[in-house]
Write a protein that binds this ligand. Structure first.
Ligand SMILES: [Zn+2]
Length: 510
């Protein structure tokens, strides 16, 4: 049985318009999911939408819709973008689905049974857009410390989750599992928050209706939207519905999140799981924020860039490549149109594109499209083979640490090596001098390197990889390739015709 790999993105709040940040999260998760499939693992990749809460209720009211109608309409903004971005999720969960309501109800009752939920009183400054209470010490001028908007003073008599009881246990867990929070520099922030003391969490709401009803209340109460939303990760794994599946899938291997919601995933969520007696996720990986042309993205400054505009400019693969190459995962990044175009032209059109079209043109010109035979090389005689074999473990190490940009750097080392190899061996001279066996060997090495490159870049730029694969005339589909196919010399020789190639990535005009 192959190893399972369960990876999730956050649930996106359905009232938001998808922006660069959302697409970054999903592309990063998608690349990792595709890489793990390539590694032969049994991948389950989940994304979805968070559809409850007061904001949705208000937005629907303003438009004269029911909240469900609004959700059904705007969920397409996300589903459509993921399909255009070639996101290979295996499931898409919506918190308004029946399966989720069932799981949330079962989970709530489990915690209640375990004594982790009690009835109490709560008052404090509440931010409606963030759907969260703000600690008194952080509130200035009745403004939300997270989003800067006006806070409201709320007093609620409701249910609480005994989060404070799990602080020590959570600290022990963080100690014993240094890789639970990635990247490393975010870990200390969380440890400090926990050491500062955890409060119990108010998990019921009674001032609005749009949510999952509290199973034990006779009043009109619903479950706090974050408490509801986090449970999606176990809903989709079969919690309370399919034990065998749940045992196989849970715990999640990676929750990919933005740094703004790291606290929810590394404090609230793990303590909820502890209270239910469930295992904790293996890793929560937080990425940074995106600015646009050096400025914070916001509706008011009008600098929000639509992912669809970027796609229409540089293509899906150009966008995917830029997102993961431009910024090391975990750090903040800046989107600049000049940098975008420079990057895709240099890496995709020049380095990769030219390598493929030059090589294929020469195979057509000198061998009528037949794959030539390789020659036995002396040890240390084949720089392409050496580089190709060297980068495989490097790429793997970087991928497992979510250092996507480093994986790309390693793959581009092989591409660079190939381009230098063409200049150094000068196949046109070999042809002129009639050294056909040598010429064949050079071209075989190039084609074989391109096969390596294509398999390794396929998680990042699946569309371009497919095109190159077709140009290589490979019979087995690219999606069936595995890392174990990266053995030097597996490219079949002779007899196969390689058709002349169109440019695989057209240069973008600045
Ligand atoms: Zn706020």
């Amino acid at each position: 049985m192959s190893k399972k790999f369960y990876i999730t993105t956050p649930l996106y709040y359905i009232n938001d318009v998808p922006h660069i940040g959302h697409s970054y999260t999903n592309v990063a998760a998608d690349v990792l999911a595709r890489y793990k499939r390539l590694a032969g693992e049994d991948v389950f990749f989940l994304t979805g939408t968070d559809e409850h809460g007061q904001k949705i209720e208000q937005a629907a009211k303003e438009r004269g819709e029911t909240p469900q109608q609004l959700a059904d309409r705007v969920v397409q903004n996300f589903k459509g973008l993921w399909s255009r971005l070639n996101i290979s999720n295996d499931d898409f969960i919506r918190t308004t689905e029946q399966r989720h309501k069932k799981a949330v109800t079962a989970f709530f009752l489990k915690l209640y049974e375990n004594g982790a939920i009690y009835r109490g009183k709560y008052e404090g400054w509440y931010c409606i857009p963030c759907e969260t209470y703000c600690p008194k010490g952080q509130v200035e001028d009745q403004k939300c410390p997270a989003c800067g908007r006006q806070l409201e003073w709320l007093e609620e008599d409701g249910y609480f989750f005994r989060m404070s009881a799990y602080a020590d246990k959570l600290l022990d867990y963080l100690d014993a599992n240094p890789e639970f929070i990635m990247p490393e520099n975010r870990r200390q922030e969380i440890v400090n928050i926990i050491k500062g003391g955890l409060k119990d969490l108010s998990i019921s709401r009674s001032t609005f209706d749009w949510g999952i009803p509290l199973p034990i209340s006779d009043k009109n109460e619903i479950i706090y939207v974050w408490f509801d939303a986090l449970i999606n990760y176990i809903t989709a794994a079969g919690y309370s519905e399919d034990n065998e599946r749940f045992e196989k899938l849970w715990p999640a291997d990676v929750h990919v999140v933005g740094k703004d919601i790291l606290k929810f995933h590394t404090i609230i969520w793990p303590t909820m799981l502890m209270a239910a007696g469930l295992k904790l996720p293996v890793m929560v990986a937080a990425h940074g924020w995106w600015t646009v042309e050096g400025k914070k993205m916001s509706k008011s400054s009008g600098n929000a860039v639509s992912p669809d505009d970027i796609i229409s400019q540089v293509g899906v693969d150009g966008y995917r490549y830029f997102l993961l190459k431009a910024v090391p995962f975990g750090q903040d990044g800046d989107f600049s149109n000049t940098a975008l175009i420079r990057q895709v032209n240099s890496s995709l059109a020049n380095d990769l594109g030219n390598l493929v079209s030059r090589t294929i043109a020469m195979v057509n010109k000198y061998f009528e499209g037949n794959v030539p035979a390789a020659q036995e090389a002396q040890e240390g005689d084949n720089p392409l083979k050496e580089t190709a074999l060297r980068i495989i473990p490097e790429v793997d190490k970087s991928m497992c640490r979510l250092e996507f940009h480093n994986s790309l750097i390693s793959i581009w080392e092989l591409i660079g090596e190939c381009n230098r190899y063409i200049d150094k061996t000068a196949p046109w001279v070999l042809f002129k001098e009639g050294r056909i066996a040598e010429l064949g060997n050079v071209l075989y090495n190039l084609l074989e390197s391109i096969r390596f490159v294509t398999i390794l870049v396929s998680p990042f730029i699946p569309g371009i990889a497919e095109t190159i694969w077709t140009h290589l005339g490979m019979e087995e589909p690219l999606c069936e390739q595995r890392l174990s196919d990266l053995e030097w010399g597996k490219l079949p020789e002779s007899g196969r015709i390689i058709p002349p190639a169109e440019p695989i990535y057209a240069r973008i005009q600045e």
